[in-house]
Write a protein that binds this ligand. Sequence first.
Ligand code: HEC
Ligand code: HEC
Length: 400
Amino acid sequence: MAKWQRMLHYFRTCSVVEWEVWDRPTRFFHWSVTGLLVADLITGWLDPAWQLDRHLLLGGVTAGLLMFRLLWGVVGSEYNRFSHYFQSPAQVYDDARALWRGQTKSSSLALNPVNAWVSLLLLLIVFALLVTGLVAYGGEEHMGPLASLVSYSAGTYGQSLHEKLAVLLLVVVAIHIGIVRRESQLTRVSLLRSMVTGCKPMDVDQPTEQMRNANVAWAMVLGMVLMFSIDHTSKALGQLPMDGWRPLHYPVAYQEKCGHCHWTIHPSLLPEEAWQNLLSHMHDHFGHSVTLNGKEAVTITSFLLVHAAEDWNTDAAHRFRKLMPDPDQRITNHPAWQKIHLNIEAAVFDRPPVSSPINCPVCHHDALSGRFDEHAIHIPKATAASHSPLQDEIPSAPRQ
Ligand code: HEC
Ligand code: HEC
């Protein structure tokens, strides 16, 4: 056999003196969740502005797998059941001390007591990450199954907890790996290989044939009930009215008239009175004369006034709600707007692709929805000064 074939063989089959302790579903869960969590961390931390959709998708798959693991912990085959995970504190203490002093000589068939608790803790953290992620998504973005239940501030709180849990996850994973390495060294049984092949050396406490079989039928029944109830609940939740944010339908007249020269500015960015002032001076609109016929004027006016800042509970609406002293009614002259954008170089606003600070959607990819989430911000590079005008692939402000 070639060397690599021997390696493959080593990683695939149990020898005659070994048991298949970890069944296939558990191994699949272990490695796929490991991969997913790495991808979750990358998409969550490295470039949130572009990765939120992918992050959510990965989170959804992780949730599905976690649900499966919880089920399998009840009906799976012997050593994959949670009943093996709950060890008494005394046992955990003894085990930890033995590991620490290097006294562990034979590996336990199931997880050793310390690592069993660490693994449960890992599952718990992943569960908490999923919940806080949903709270953040529901509260800050007003999306997902919790959109109607979670307030904006609770969403922000969920977000900060979510980030702390992600750090905690890394710490606990490091502990988990540390214990695995230590036990592998002391017992000379590669636990890494065990988690790939499922094999561990035979021990006296071999499980009976019956215990070794998984209750697949039960898994299927419980799985169906769980899926049905989750589907039902999320549909019911989706029908509740939203708190603070709602999707907005832009009337055609607004898109065609007001979206002609700039983006269709979200009505929540100005208070009612400011919109009224602006609309009554359309004949002198920043150096342009904009004429609206009677029907257009009615549609646009009622649209903007009904959906003005007072009527939203979003971050942006709260910030820009206070009427400005400036009779010009520019959002970009609002003290709150200027304060947030203070640290951005003027050149970024003046040159393409932004060209003017009014072009919010160039940097805020969710501007059309009015959410202005901090994760949807992406500042494009100013192009005029660079040697290669092609370097920028950022599209210009979308028009609806
Ligand atoms: C003929 C072109 C044109 C049309 C049509 C037009 N606008 Fe404008 N609008 C402008 C220009 C130019 C500015 C100034 C943008 C700048 O400073 O970069 C502006 C600015 C604004 C601003 C202020 C943005 C800020 O900086 O705070 C608002 C609000 C606005 N327009 C609303 C409307 C509405 C509502 C309509 C439709 C009734 C409309 N505009 C139609 C050209 C137009
Ligand atoms: C050149 C890109 C750019 C443009 C154009 C721009 N912004 Fe921003 N905006 C940013 C950046 C970057 C931040 C984050 C600033 C920070 O946190 O220090 C920000 C932050 C914000 C925030 C706070 C978001 C949060 O949750 O922290 C709001 C609200 C906002 N902008 C509204 C607007 C509006 C309204 C417009 C258009 C009138 C606009 N911005 C135009 C780049 C831009």
